[in-house]
Design a protein around this ligand. Structure first.
Ligand code: ZN
Length: 390
């Protein structure tokens, strides 16, 4: 079956070939060669229209062979191979192209970038790194090459180099890189913390907050470390600040923060914070936490009344499950099976939903990631606030 997507992938080839025929048809090539080329071009198009992409590629390939000057056609073909997953073929094509001695500077740069992309896609990170480093050293398309290098160091989890190159990119382009640099610092802090190097971890978190004063991840990490070291007052203050800086991190820290209030025995402060969050946070998480407080302080009935009222403003499957669980404790024999069924169905719906969605690429995940596993953007996975969210 012909995939419609392939047609769009082939469009650059078609465009390059059209441009070539418009140009060569009038001045550069004459007679039989033009005929051969243009008949090939139309044969390729006809294969495309007849849903035979492989034949179409072969025809376009032979056009590219017939006209060695058509570098743009070759580049478009190479990029097409890579996007179809034929990385080895793309690499060979771009390497052959680079062996020519008649390429213009712009064509050579374009071919080098394509080859670097091929290596990246093939997982040959060291080759890709060497190629883009050479481009940076030669001051060719430096900003774009630096961007590629940052991507490579991210994939290699080489955070010091990623930081270094992101800083150079910021200096060169004037475009702030503080948000990603702060995440790289947080990665280094987590690594140091897991090795028991607490001072290094703390220094990295300070640097993270210098790079991005609104980095909620750094605040959450610092709060977790304060908690471990027994400084609960500082931990609670830092968790609260993280939630106020970026409301979307609330579900990530709420349990730990509640444990902090508990250790401090500061019920009033807990209630005050939860009331503030219930008014500002669009999801159900703070409502559920507050309902637990109400259940403990004023009894299950008060919690049930509160939750039933709030669910009208924040319709939520997690809220429904909690309401059924509270109801079960006081249920009669007749209503019990109904509430059990509601709680079971609600829990199953929660299990099947994605709690987090990437706002850039739409990737859905059950648990939170600081870097989107799909599009690799930082801090774009946000809690869903709809029926199945937190
Ligand atoms: Zn994404």
């Amino acid at each position: 079956m012909f995939e419609l997507g392939l047609f769009w992938l082939l469009l650059p080839v078609v465009a390059a070939a059209s441009w070539f025929f418009a140009r060569t048809g009038t001045e550069l090539v004459s007679g039989a060669r033009v005929d051969r080329l243009s008949s090939g071009y139309f044969r390729g198009l006809s294969h495309l229209l007849n849903e035979e992409p492989d034949k179409a590629i072969e025809v376009f390939l032979s056009i590219a062979e017939l006209d060695q000057e058509a570098v743009e056609t070759q580049l478009a073909l190479g990029s097409l191979f890579r996007r179809r997953g034929e990385v080895g073929r793309a690499i060979r094509l771009h390497q052959d192209l680079l062996k020519r001695d008649n390429l213009s500077k712009a064509q050579k740069t374009a071919a080098l970038f394509e080859l670097g992309e091929d290596y990246l896609r093939a997982g040959l990170l060291d080759r890709s790194e060497a190629l883009f480093s050479d481009l940076v050293a030669a001051d060719i398309e430096t900003a774009e090459a630096l961007r590629k290098l940052v991507t490579i160091y991210e994939a290699e989890r080489d955070w010091p180099r990623a930081i270094d190159h992101a800083e150079r990119l910021e200096q060169l382009t004037g475009r702030p890189q503080g948000t990603v640099i702060a995440h790289y610092r947080c990665e280094l802090a987590e690594r140091a913390r897991s090795r028991g190097q607490l001072q290094i971890a703390q220094d990295e978190l300070e640097q993270a907050l210098k790079a991005d004063p609104n980095c909620a991840r750094a605040e959450i990490l610092a709060a977790g470390m304060a908690m471990e070291q027994g400084d609960v007052t500082r931990a609670v203050r830092t968790f609260e600040r993280a939630a106020r800086v970026d409301m979307d991190v609330l579900p990530l820290l709420l349990d730990a923060l509640m444990a902090g209030y508990e250790q401090l025995g500061d019920n009033d402060r807990a209630r005050q914070f939860l009331t503030e969050m219930c008014a500002r946070y669009p999801g159900i998480a703070p409502v559920l936490a507050l309902s637990r407080h109400i259940a403990r302080d004023q009894g299950e009935e008060a919690a049930e009344t509160y939750l039933a009222r709030e669910l009208r403003h924040h319709p939520s499957v997690a809220g429904l499950s909690r309401l059924a669980q509270i109801g079960l404790r006081r249920a009669s024999e007749e209503t019990r099976p109904v509430l059990v069924a509601i709680a079971e169905v609600a829990d199953r719906m929660i299990d099947q939903g994605s709690g987090y969605l990437c706002r850039r690429c739409g990737f859905g995940a059950r648990s939170h990631h600081w870097q989107c596993p799909s599009c690799k953007s930082w801090d774009t996975l946000k809690p869903q606030h709809r029926l199945l969210g937190e």
